[in-house]
Design a protein around this ligand. Structure first.
Ligand code: FAD
Ligand code: PHB
Length: 389
């Protein structure tokens, strides 16, 4: 087989890249390790930056999002059970869109299928070759048979545990990492959301977040120790813990019900440099991870795809390679700013095991500053709705 760009990974980064390149007249083949059912059943991010919304529209996959998503003009922050609001629209002129990653992925698969795109799922042992030459190829095994695809470029959109990042030689690749000493226990429940906008809560018992998917589906999180096992958390124990950490009026309104999904995710900050090596490009979680506190993971993946598809389009359309040459630098410049924001939100809102009374006062002062300063609110809002590409 031959194609122009082999895309490893059928998550949001890989699918959106495939869809945008298709609209640029560039052929791709997507290789995905898992089954489609598996990919479509993962519950992950929930908040889209406005730039992400515009990218999805430009890719021709915005119609259901515009019908079913919820535009949020602001969010609530809370400390010790008392909340206040930060208005994104008022501060920046832009809102965010609440529309789940599961739905985004669903819409992207539907669009690729409708356009006759090739997505090979349950592709095992995917391996790129010849990335530092002019004629790379990718091998994989499907139903016990090995296949080979010759191509011009390889896009590594295969997430944190993928194969692509490891193809960059150790002497070239640099990794920067912070692992946080806690995780998020998340629950999805078929109950009406407790609030019309998200609530991010700092509390002495730990962080909590009230989010949503739609008018009948809520998503809630509480900070838990890394050692906690999800089986040890009954639904009742979860609801009791959430209630203790959020503002009193929200706790009184909270409607509880059985968890339809419950899982614990560890929190990590991670960046790999460079994001291009020869004919390999990394995009999304393959190159960087953020703790979910700033709602940036999916949005960062979309930002990378913006830089990458415009670079590849200029290469094929005009023979212009400046975008390819500067891809890593341009993407990383935005990535590091979003890493900073996610780290800042995480540091401000969570309880750390070694936290001193001084550290605690610093958090309280940071939150009080945000409550009272228009400048601080504008800086937070500018990052939350998404920095420009
Ligand atoms: P992924 O979505 O990870 O997609 C990568 C794809 O590549 C996967 O489908 C994988 O199966 C495939 N793949 C991997 N290895 C190979 C291989 N060797 N060959 C072929 N295919 C391969 N962000 C938030 O903002 N809020 C959240 O609440 C949130 N929750 C999260 C919970 C979890 C458990 C995880 C893992 C992430 C979460 N994120 C969250 C982050 C967000 O979901 C990611 O940033 C986003 O999915 C990145 O998209 P991606 O396409 O780069 O990677
Ligand atoms: C979610 O709805 O899953 C969600 C929302 C905001 C975040 C993280 C996760 O910061």
């Amino acid at each position: 087989m031959r194609t122009q760009v082999v895309i490893i990974g059928g998550g949001p980064a890989g699918l959106l890249l495939s869809q945008l390149l298709h609209r640029d007249g560039i052929e791709t083949i997507v290789l995905e390790r898992r089954s489609r059912d598996h990919v479509l059943s993962r519950i992950r991010a929930g908040v889209l930056e406005w730039g992400t919304v515009e990218m999805l529209r430009a890719a021709g996959v915005g119609a259901r999002m515009d019908r079913e998503g919820f535009v949020h003009d602001g969010t609530y922050l809370a400390a010790q059970n008392r909340g206040f609001r930060i208005g994104f629209k008022a501060a920046t002129g832009k809102p965010v869109m609440v529309y789940g990653q599961t739905e985004v992925t669903h819409d992207l698969y539907a669009a690729r299928d409708a356009a006759g795109g090739t997505i090979i799922d349950e592709a095992e042992g995917v391996m790129p070759h010849g990335l530092d030459g002019d004629a790379p190829h990718v091998t994989y095994v499907k139903d016990g048979t090995e296949h080979r695809i010759d191509c011009d470029f390889v896009a590594g959109c295969d997430g944190y545990h993928g194969v692509s990042r490891g193809c960059i030689p150790p002497g070239v690749l640099r990794a920067f990492e912070r692992v946080y000493p806690f995780g998020w226990l998340g629950v999805l429940s078929e109950t009406p959301p407790v609030s019309d906008e998200l609530i991010y809560a700092n509390h002495e018992r730990g962080f909590a977040l009230c989010s949503m998917r739609n008018a009948r589906l809520s998503r809630y999180y509480v900070q838990v120790p890394l050692e906690d096992r999800v089986e040890a958390w009954s639904d009742d124990a979860f609801w009791d813990e959430l209630r203790r950490r959020i503002p009193g009026d929200a706790a009184d309104r909270l409607v509880t019900g059985p968890a339809v999904e419950k899982s614990i995710a560890p929190l990590r900050s991670f960046v790999a440099e460079p994001m291009r090596w020869g004919r390999l490009f990394l995009a999304g979680d393959a190159a960087h991870i953020v703790p979910p506190t700033g709602a940036k993971g999916l949005n960062l993946a979309v930002g990378d795809v913006h830089y990458l598809h415009t670079a590849l389009a200029a290469h094929y359309r005009d023979g212009e390679d400046a975008g390819i040459e500067t891809y890593s630098e341009r993407a990383l410049s935005r990535v590091w700013k979003c890493e900073r924001f996610s780290w800042w939100m995480t540091t401000m809102l969570h309880r750390f095991p070694e936290q001193s009374t001084f550290d605690q006062r610093m958090q309280e002062a940071e939150i009080a500053y945000l409550e009272t300063s228009v400048a601080a609110q504008t800086a937070m809002a500018e990052n939350y709705v998404g920095l420009p590409y």
